[in-house]
Design a protein around this ligand. Structure first.
Ligand SMILES: [Fe+2]
Length: 285
Protein backbone atom coordinates (compact mmCIF):
# COMPACT_ATOMS: atom_id res chain seq x y z
CA UNK A 1 0.00 0.00 0.00
CA UNK A 2 1.32 3.43 -0.94
CA UNK A 3 0.75 6.16 1.65
CA UNK A 4 -0.36 9.56 0.46
CA UNK A 5 1.28 12.67 2.00
CA UNK A 6 -0.34 16.08 1.64
CA UNK A 7 1.83 19.01 2.72
CA UNK A 8 -0.17 21.36 4.94
CA UNK A 9 2.51 23.66 6.36
CA UNK A 10 4.23 26.48 4.55
CA UNK A 11 7.60 24.74 4.20
CA UNK A 12 7.03 21.35 5.89
CA UNK A 13 4.44 19.21 7.77
CA UNK A 14 2.08 16.82 5.99
CA UNK A 15 -1.13 14.92 6.59
CA UNK A 16 -0.95 11.20 5.98
CA UNK A 17 -4.13 9.79 4.47
CA UNK A 18 -5.96 6.46 4.59
CA UNK A 19 -4.13 4.56 7.25
CA UNK A 20 -5.34 2.90 10.45
CA UNK A 21 -2.36 2.60 12.77
CA UNK A 22 -4.30 0.54 15.32
CA UNK A 23 -4.42 -2.32 12.80
CA UNK A 24 -0.62 -2.50 12.82
CA UNK A 25 1.88 -1.57 10.12
CA UNK A 26 4.35 -3.61 8.11
CA UNK A 27 7.94 -2.72 7.16
CA UNK A 28 6.88 -1.11 3.88
CA UNK A 29 4.68 1.36 5.80
CA UNK A 30 7.45 1.97 8.34
CA UNK A 31 9.82 2.82 5.46
CA UNK A 32 7.29 5.19 3.89
CA UNK A 33 6.70 6.94 7.21
CA UNK A 34 10.49 7.28 7.70
CA UNK A 35 10.72 8.81 4.24
CA UNK A 36 7.79 11.12 5.06
CA UNK A 37 9.50 12.24 8.28
CA UNK A 38 12.74 12.97 6.41
CA UNK A 39 10.79 14.94 3.79
CA UNK A 40 8.13 16.77 5.84
CA UNK A 41 9.43 16.63 9.45
CA UNK A 42 5.94 16.56 11.02
CA UNK A 43 3.28 14.00 10.05
CA UNK A 44 -0.37 14.15 11.07
CA UNK A 45 -2.43 10.97 11.19
CA UNK A 46 -6.11 11.79 11.72
CA UNK A 47 -8.72 9.68 13.56
CA UNK A 48 -6.40 7.13 15.12
CA UNK A 49 -8.13 4.99 17.75
CA UNK A 50 -5.00 4.13 19.67
CA UNK A 51 -4.76 2.79 23.19
CA UNK A 52 -1.51 2.34 25.11
CA UNK A 53 -0.83 -1.10 23.63
CA UNK A 54 -1.32 -0.03 20.01
CA UNK A 55 0.60 3.25 20.48
CA UNK A 56 3.43 1.23 22.00
CA UNK A 57 3.32 -1.33 19.16
CA UNK A 58 3.44 1.52 16.64
CA UNK A 59 6.33 3.47 18.12
CA UNK A 60 8.61 0.50 18.71
CA UNK A 61 8.61 -0.21 14.96
CA UNK A 62 10.87 2.83 14.62
CA UNK A 63 13.53 1.99 17.19
CA UNK A 64 14.04 1.62 20.92
CA UNK A 65 11.31 3.52 22.79
CA UNK A 66 12.54 6.24 25.10
CA UNK A 67 12.35 5.17 28.73
CA UNK A 68 10.40 7.71 30.73
CA UNK A 69 12.48 7.77 33.88
CA UNK A 70 11.18 11.05 35.23
CA UNK A 71 8.73 9.92 37.88
CA UNK A 72 7.59 13.53 38.22
CA UNK A 73 5.75 13.49 34.87
CA UNK A 74 5.25 9.78 34.25
CA UNK A 75 1.98 8.50 32.81
CA UNK A 76 2.46 5.33 34.86
CA UNK A 77 3.98 3.50 31.88
CA UNK A 78 7.65 2.84 31.09
CA UNK A 79 7.45 4.63 27.71
CA UNK A 80 4.72 7.27 28.04
CA UNK A 81 4.46 10.74 29.48
CA UNK A 82 1.23 12.70 29.74
CA UNK A 83 1.17 16.19 28.31
CA UNK A 84 -1.70 18.38 29.43
CA UNK A 85 -3.35 19.85 32.49
CA UNK A 86 -4.46 16.76 34.43
CA UNK A 87 -2.45 14.05 36.18
CA UNK A 88 -2.84 10.31 35.45
CA UNK A 89 -5.77 10.19 37.88
CA UNK A 90 -7.48 13.04 36.04
CA UNK A 91 -6.89 15.65 38.75
CA UNK A 92 -5.88 19.20 37.71
CA UNK A 93 -2.13 19.79 37.84
CA UNK A 94 -1.01 22.49 40.26
CA UNK A 95 1.02 25.13 38.42
CA UNK A 96 3.73 25.15 41.07
CA UNK A 97 4.11 21.34 41.20
CA UNK A 98 7.02 19.67 39.43
CA UNK A 99 4.57 18.31 36.84
CA UNK A 100 3.16 21.82 36.39
CA UNK A 101 6.65 23.22 35.92
CA UNK A 102 7.39 20.67 33.20
CA UNK A 103 4.21 21.67 31.40
CA UNK A 104 5.35 25.29 31.70
CA UNK A 105 8.71 24.32 30.18
CA UNK A 106 6.82 22.88 27.21
CA UNK A 107 5.87 26.46 26.31
CA UNK A 108 9.53 27.09 25.41
CA UNK A 109 10.70 26.19 21.91
CA UNK A 110 12.44 22.85 22.39
CA UNK A 111 13.52 19.58 20.87
CA UNK A 112 12.53 16.47 22.77
CA UNK A 113 15.41 14.66 24.39
CA UNK A 114 18.23 16.88 23.18
CA UNK A 115 19.44 16.88 26.77
CA UNK A 116 20.16 13.14 26.43
CA UNK A 117 22.87 11.23 24.62
CA UNK A 118 21.86 9.54 22.38
CA UNK A 119 19.00 12.06 22.01
CA UNK A 120 15.42 11.33 20.97
CA UNK A 121 15.04 10.87 17.21
CA UNK A 122 11.25 10.76 16.82
CA UNK A 123 8.28 11.72 18.96
CA UNK A 124 4.63 10.67 18.66
CA UNK A 125 1.86 12.47 20.54
CA UNK A 126 -1.70 11.13 20.60
CA UNK A 127 -4.68 13.30 21.51
CA UNK A 128 -6.64 11.34 24.14
CA UNK A 129 -8.70 14.13 25.75
CA UNK A 130 -9.08 17.59 24.24
CA UNK A 131 -10.90 20.71 25.45
CA UNK A 132 -13.54 22.23 23.12
CA UNK A 133 -10.98 24.68 21.71
CA UNK A 134 -7.60 22.98 22.06
CA UNK A 135 -4.44 25.07 22.14
CA UNK A 136 -2.33 24.46 19.03
CA UNK A 137 1.14 22.93 19.18
CA UNK A 138 3.67 24.87 17.11
CA UNK A 139 6.49 23.35 15.08
CA UNK A 140 9.54 25.06 13.57
CA UNK A 141 11.35 23.95 10.42
CA UNK A 142 15.05 24.12 11.27
CA UNK A 143 16.02 22.88 7.80
CA UNK A 144 14.28 25.81 6.14
CA UNK A 145 15.84 28.07 8.78
CA UNK A 146 19.33 26.72 7.95
CA UNK A 147 18.78 27.17 4.21
CA UNK A 148 17.75 30.80 4.77
CA UNK A 149 20.88 31.80 6.74
CA UNK A 150 23.53 33.88 4.92
CA UNK A 151 26.22 31.63 3.42
CA UNK A 152 28.96 33.28 5.45
CA UNK A 153 27.18 32.61 8.75
CA UNK A 154 26.51 29.01 7.68
CA UNK A 155 30.26 28.56 7.13
CA UNK A 156 31.09 30.11 10.52
CA UNK A 157 28.75 27.90 12.56
CA UNK A 158 28.76 24.66 10.57
CA UNK A 159 31.21 22.82 12.82
CA UNK A 160 30.17 24.17 16.24
CA UNK A 161 29.20 21.95 19.16
CA UNK A 162 26.66 22.90 21.82
CA UNK A 163 26.14 21.77 25.41
CA UNK A 164 22.54 20.78 26.17
CA UNK A 165 21.30 20.58 29.74
CA UNK A 166 17.86 20.10 31.25
CA UNK A 167 18.99 22.28 34.16
CA UNK A 168 19.55 25.20 31.79
CA UNK A 169 16.07 24.93 30.23
CA UNK A 170 14.43 24.52 33.65
CA UNK A 171 16.33 27.50 35.04
CA UNK A 172 14.54 29.58 32.40
CA UNK A 173 11.18 28.81 34.06
CA UNK A 174 12.37 29.40 37.60
CA UNK A 175 13.32 25.88 38.69
CA UNK A 176 16.51 25.28 40.63
CA UNK A 177 18.70 22.26 41.26
CA UNK A 178 16.86 21.52 44.50
CA UNK A 179 13.69 20.79 42.49
CA UNK A 180 15.31 17.64 41.08
CA UNK A 181 15.66 14.35 42.91
CA UNK A 182 19.18 13.07 43.64
CA UNK A 183 18.54 10.21 41.24
CA UNK A 184 17.65 12.68 38.46
CA UNK A 185 20.75 14.79 39.13
CA UNK A 186 22.94 11.71 38.86
CA UNK A 187 21.43 10.41 35.64
CA UNK A 188 20.85 13.66 33.71
CA UNK A 189 24.28 15.14 33.13
CA UNK A 190 24.74 17.78 30.38
CA UNK A 191 25.61 16.41 26.91
CA UNK A 192 27.18 17.84 23.74
CA UNK A 193 25.62 17.80 20.22
CA UNK A 194 26.52 19.42 16.91
CA UNK A 195 24.78 22.73 16.17
CA UNK A 196 24.19 21.60 12.58
CA UNK A 197 22.99 18.13 11.64
CA UNK A 198 22.68 16.34 8.31
CA UNK A 199 19.69 14.12 7.56
CA UNK A 200 20.81 10.63 6.55
CA UNK A 201 17.99 10.10 4.05
CA UNK A 202 17.93 13.49 2.33
CA UNK A 203 21.51 14.73 2.90
CA UNK A 204 20.06 18.12 3.89
CA UNK A 205 21.44 20.15 6.75
CA UNK A 206 19.48 21.74 9.57
CA UNK A 207 20.04 23.62 12.80
CA UNK A 208 19.78 21.54 15.96
CA UNK A 209 18.39 23.86 18.62
CA UNK A 210 16.41 23.45 21.82
CA UNK A 211 15.54 25.20 25.06
CA UNK A 212 18.13 22.85 26.57
CA UNK A 213 20.88 24.29 24.31
CA UNK A 214 23.02 26.13 26.82
CA UNK A 215 26.25 27.35 25.24
CA UNK A 216 28.78 26.76 22.48
CA UNK A 217 31.76 24.58 23.32
CA UNK A 218 35.02 26.57 23.22
CA UNK A 219 33.27 29.96 23.16
CA UNK A 220 32.68 32.36 26.07
CA UNK A 221 29.35 31.23 27.57
CA UNK A 222 27.50 34.52 26.96
CA UNK A 223 28.66 34.75 23.33
CA UNK A 224 27.41 31.19 22.69
CA UNK A 225 24.09 31.92 24.39
CA UNK A 226 23.62 35.03 22.26
CA UNK A 227 24.20 32.97 19.09
CA UNK A 228 21.75 30.26 20.21
CA UNK A 229 19.15 32.91 21.00
CA UNK A 230 19.66 34.65 17.64
CA UNK A 231 19.35 31.37 15.73
CA UNK A 232 16.26 30.35 17.72
CA UNK A 233 14.58 33.66 16.91
CA UNK A 234 15.47 33.20 13.26
CA UNK A 235 14.19 29.60 13.14
CA UNK A 236 10.87 30.39 14.79
CA UNK A 237 9.79 33.24 12.51
CA UNK A 238 6.26 32.68 11.15
CA UNK A 239 7.54 31.59 7.72
CA UNK A 240 9.18 28.51 9.32
CA UNK A 241 6.33 27.65 11.72
CA UNK A 242 3.43 25.22 11.36
CA UNK A 243 0.73 25.49 14.07
CA UNK A 244 -1.11 22.22 14.53
CA UNK A 245 -4.81 22.57 15.35
CA UNK A 246 -5.63 19.42 17.27
CA UNK A 247 -8.63 17.20 16.58
CA UNK A 248 -9.73 14.23 18.69
CA UNK A 249 -7.56 11.14 18.16
CA UNK A 250 -4.91 12.92 16.09
CA UNK A 251 -1.52 11.24 16.23
CA UNK A 252 1.22 13.73 15.40
CA UNK A 253 4.68 12.30 14.82
CA UNK A 254 7.78 14.38 14.22
CA UNK A 255 11.48 14.16 13.50
CA UNK A 256 13.31 15.76 16.41
CA UNK A 257 16.58 16.02 14.49
CA UNK A 258 15.35 18.91 12.32
CA UNK A 259 12.24 20.35 13.96
CA UNK A 260 11.52 22.22 17.19
CA UNK A 261 8.17 22.56 18.88
CA UNK A 262 6.32 24.19 21.76
CA UNK A 263 2.94 24.05 23.48
CA UNK A 264 0.80 27.16 23.52
CA UNK A 265 -0.98 28.33 26.69
CA UNK A 266 -4.32 26.89 27.81
CA UNK A 267 -5.92 27.96 31.07
CA UNK A 268 -9.49 26.83 30.44
CA UNK A 269 -11.44 24.55 32.78
CA UNK A 270 -11.55 21.49 30.52
CA UNK A 271 -9.18 18.52 30.79
CA UNK A 272 -6.49 18.10 28.15
CA UNK A 273 -4.38 14.99 27.84
CA UNK A 274 -2.00 13.94 25.09
CA UNK A 275 0.03 10.78 25.39
CA UNK A 276 3.69 11.24 24.53
CA UNK A 277 6.25 8.65 23.48
CA UNK A 278 9.63 8.86 21.78
CA UNK A 279 12.28 6.81 20.01
CA UNK A 280 15.97 7.25 20.71
CA UNK A 281 18.75 7.56 18.20
CA UNK A 282 20.75 4.33 18.01
CA UNK A 283 24.10 6.13 18.32
CA UNK A 284 25.47 9.23 20.02
CA UNK A 285 24.90 12.43 18.04
FE1 LIG B 1 8.17 18.34 23.60
Amino acid sequence: MALSFKQIGNTFAAEVRDIDLHAGIDQSIVDQIEHGLATYGVLIFRDQNLDDDSQQAFIQQFGPPFETKLKEISAGHPHFYDIGNVDPEGKPIAEDSVRGMYMLANLLWHTDGSQAQPPIRLTALHARVLPPVPPPTEYADMRGAWDALPAELRREIDELAVEHSVYWSRQKIGMSMKDFSEETLKTRQPVVHPLVRTNKLTGRKSLYLASHASHVIGWPVEKGRALIEELTEHATQPEFVYAHQWRDRDLVMWDDSWTMHRSTPYDGPHPRKLRWCGVRELEAV
